[in-house]
Design a protein around this ligand. Structure first.
Ligand code: ZN
Ligand code: FE
Length: 259
């Protein structure tokens, strides 16, 4: 069993800290800044950083890698198809890796970037997903490098993971994502409930994560392209019919870009 905590970085990033309490080993996901991890390690001097997991090459995810590698010698595991500083293990679709005794599967999820990967562990009680900037709570990343033809199936695949899967994404964007979800589905009671819940959390400056795949299926418009009302809204936005999931997704994504 590992414990997972968020180390906030920059204005809205989370660096996920995985802890093997028995062995006093830890790992981090997407350390865009070394500072928060360094401070945690300094406050916990009997702990060792064993692994650094990277989902994609953006600087707010890899900016701290070189410094942490230098400081701890931790193994750097990241996407094979992107330029990742100090990478020891190049990962792609179907690869498996052991982190703190937990087995993770690597899923290729192109769209936000072309080489973006996600880490999924099918642990019996609580499956885990580290989704980087691909699947956010109630939203998804912008398509900087990929196409809707790539990103929509990637998200659909994440949506098909077990409902109880805990989703650890890399940014605190949930509340603004839910404002968009309300615009897409003004009558979805789960969106309304979640908006109220997250509004309360954020008013107390509390984290809105992790999410679960089950909650995302109910409230994330980008996973709900097969809903008639979602398609209707996408059609209204575009001014024409969007006949496929990919087209509905592309319409939602372009709407969100200007929302
Ligand atoms: Zn990014
Ligand atoms: Fe990011």
């Amino acid at each position: 069993m590992i414990q997972i905590d968020a180390l906030p970085a920059f204005s809205d990033n989370y660096i996920w800290l995985l802890q093997d309490t028995a062995k006093r080993r830890c790992a981090v996901v997407d350390p865009g800044d070394a500072g928060p991890v360094e401070r945690w390690l300094a406050a916990n001097p009997d702990w060792a950083l064993s692994d650094i997991l990277i989902t994609h090459h953006h600087n707010d995810h890899v900016g701290g890698v070189e410094r942490l590698k230098q400081l701890t010698g931790a193994r750097v595991c990241g996407p094979a198809n992107e330029r990742i500083p100090c990478r020891d293990l190049a990962l792609g679709e179907g690869d498996q890796l052991d982190v703190l005794g937990v087995t993770f599967q690597v899923l290729a999820v192109p769209g936000h970037t072309l080489g973006h990967i996600a880490f999924f562990s099918d642990q019996p009680a609580t499956p885990l997903l580290f989704s980087g900037d691909t699947l956010f709570a109630a939203g998804c990343g912008r398509m900087f490098e990929g196409t809707a033809e790539q990103m929509q199936p990637a998200l659909a695949r994440l949506a098909a993971l077990p409902a109880q899967t805990e989703v650890y994404c890399a940014h605190e964007y949930t509340l603004s994502n839910l404002r968009f979800a309300q615009a897409v589905e003004p009558t979805n009671p789960y969106v309304q409930q979640r908006f109220d819940d997250v509004t309360r959390l954020r008013a107390d400056n509390r984290i809105s994560l992790p999410s679960t795949i089950g909650l995302e299926r109910l409230t994330n418009p980008f996973l709900r392209t097969s809903e008639t009302l979602v398609k209707q809204k996408a059609d209204e936005w575009k001014g024409h019919s969007n006949p496929t999931h990919v087209a509905v997704f592309a319409a939602l994504r372009s709407w969100k870009d200007t929302f």
